[in-house]
Design a protein around this ligand. Structure first.
Ligand code: CMX
Length: 135
């Protein structure tokens, strides 16, 4: 893993939660985008050395289930990687449980893949290649 690209935070409503991040914490909105492959709307926020990604469910899916079971809050941590397919193969060979065989399109034109929290000590990790968000 090279560096942390962003921290994903599940929220019920981006329109509501964004006020807190912008007006109260004084952070800057980078962009809002829909990620069809994940059935979510996301808002990327510039937090200096890292981005925060607010995730709002657009319907049934991983984020709506997460909020139902655990409430709003930290959902995943995303690492920058190069050559995501090779990284996925290496992790899989080391016994890490991946949530898909091939990368999916993510926000900012990135390719993404997820590691199951059950093989990552309770944390959902994302691998993220070629993220152009905010550039
Ligand atoms: N972080 C940590 N643990 C999590 C988790 C998360 N985000 N989501 C689920 N879990 C845990 C649950 O608490 C549960 O644990 P217990 O069995 O101990 O209760 C276990 O994982 C299974 O969870 P579940 O609620 O039954 O949900 P599923 O197994 O149906 O799905 C997961 C879990 C991780 C496979 C699914 O959320 C997934 O495929 N995630 C990857 C894709 C994703 O999250 N996309 C969102 C958008 C991302 C983006 O665009 O950036």
């Amino acid at each position: 893993m090279e560096s942390v690209n962003h921290i994903g935070i599940a929220v019920k409503s981006i329109d509501e939660a964004i006020q807190y991040y912008i007006e109260i914490l004084g952070l800057k909105l980078i962009a809002i985008e829909e990620v069809q492959s994940q059935n979510v709307r996301v808002a990327f926020i510039d937090a200096g050395n890292i981005k925060l990604e607010l995730l709002e469910p657009l319907g049934e899916g991983a984020v709506s289930k997460f909020i139902e079971k655990r409430g709003e809050g930290v959902h995943h941590i995303a690492f920058d990687v190069t050559d995501i397919r090779t990284r996925m193969r290496e992790l899989s060979e080391k016994g890490v449980r991946l949530l898909q065989d091939v990368p999916k399109p993510g926000a900012g034109g990135a390719e993404v893949a997820f590691l199951h929290p059950k093989s990552s000590y309770g944390v959902l990790y994302e691998l993220c290649e070629n993220d152009k968000m905010g550039e």
